[in-house]
Design a protein around this ligand. Structure first.
Ligand code: SF4
Ligand code: MG
Length: 329
């Protein structure tokens, strides 16, 4: 079936000054990312901070232009921000970020903020908007009483539900969630993720779900892309990828975050510095931390290569069909 979102080779470079008197240098945040997201599926992007996953999400929404490459939404290129075509697209693509308090206006009752996109996009009559706000509050397991409160009078989890209700107001087809539960208590995280899973199924939403947290990505995604320093290093079906990670980096991430009910056998400890986009290592950017690195890895960038029709890996050592000896299960 056709992808709703088609991302072809997008890259993004920032000018960044290192230190007070340092010259601005070019920092490559995202380097040649290609992904497609099929209608109704949730694609997870997982990676440490500095992996380029948020920048990828912003480019997909048209909030930042890629330096290279293209993004198509439902067959059409992302329109120029501010144009009428972009506003029409934006009603169909919404986003949720990590900090719900930052996304809300502290001086307005939250129901007014849920209503705002309906006002902006001029959807429905006044009474239809009232009814829609009521329905949206219910869809995120809140009521009109919550709607009359100000953001400061709600818990973090309730605030993120409000942000979600607002994002759903225009009945979008596509939702980008960037670390949507990272600021919440672990017990609340599961509730919000379960709500997202339910709403995704009910509404047939297509989602891009970005997180550093494997547990959360595992819970919600049908496919997963693992990013490291701006590149995709592994990509495949979520269950299979977590059960049989092939890239040494994914193997380390998975071994540090075992599936519920499964014992971590032979935990691989990630050593070395966390990824720093301002100091990207040569060759395979993961090589200073890779326990399997060879001399070749420091000089040659491994291409993202299909192992079979469901899995892609960028590692010089992973070339053939998925081997049983690498089976982590
Ligand atoms: Fe490790 Fe080399 Fe594979 Fe990179 S290419 S993940 S350094 S073995
Ligand atoms: Mg981020």
């Amino acid at each position: 079936s056709d992808p709703l979102v088609d991302i072809q080779g997008i890259s993004r470079t920032y000018r960044m000054r290192s230190g007070l008197f340092g010259r601005p240098t070019a920092v490559q945040a995202v380097d040649g990312v290609s992904l497609s997201i099929t209608k109704g599926e949730t694609l997870g992007i997982v990676g440490e901070s500095g992996s380029g996953k948020s920048t990828t999400g912003r480019m997909v929404l048209g909030l930042e232009p890629p330096d290279q490459g293209s993004v198509r939404f439902d067959g059409a290129p992302i329109a120029a921000p501010g144009s009428a075509a972009w506003r029409a697209q934006r009603a169909r693509m919404q986003m949720i970020f990590q900090d719900p308090l930052g996304a809300l206006d502290r001086r307005l009752p939250v129901a007014d903020q849920i209503r705002e996109p309906l006002d902006i996009h001029n959807i429905g009559t006044k009474s239809e908007r009232d009814a829609r706000v009521h329905e949206l509050l219910q869809s995120v397991d809140l009521n009109d009483g919550h709607g009359r409160r100000y953001p400061g009078a709600l818990s973090g989890g309730q605030r993120q539900r409000i942000v979600l209700a607002r994002a759903l107001a225009t009945k979008p087809d596509f939702l980008v969630c960037d670390e949507p539960v990272s600021a919440l208590d672990v017990s609340i995280q599961a509730q919000v993720v379960n709500l997202l899973v339910d709403l995704q199924a009910q509404l047939g939403l297509t989602m891009l779900f970005i997180s550093h947290d494997l547990r959360v990505v595992r819970q919600i995604s049908s496919r997963v892309a693992v990013m490291y320093l701006g590149r995709i290093v592994e990509h495949g079906d979520a269950d299979d990828l977590f059960a049989r990670p092939q890239h040494p980096y994914t193997q380390a991430l998975v071994s540090a975050s075992p599936a519920p009910g499964r014992r971590s056998t032979g935990r691989i400890v990630l050593t070395g510095d966390p990824p720093n986009p301002a100091a990207r290592p040569s060759g395979c950017a993961f090589h200073p931390r890779c326990r399997l690195a060879t001399a070749r890895c420091a000089v040659e960038v491994p291409a993202l290569t299909a192992l079979d029709d469901r899995r892609q890996v960028a590692c010089h050592l992973v070339t053939g069909p998925q081997s049983q000896t690498r089976d982590a299960a």
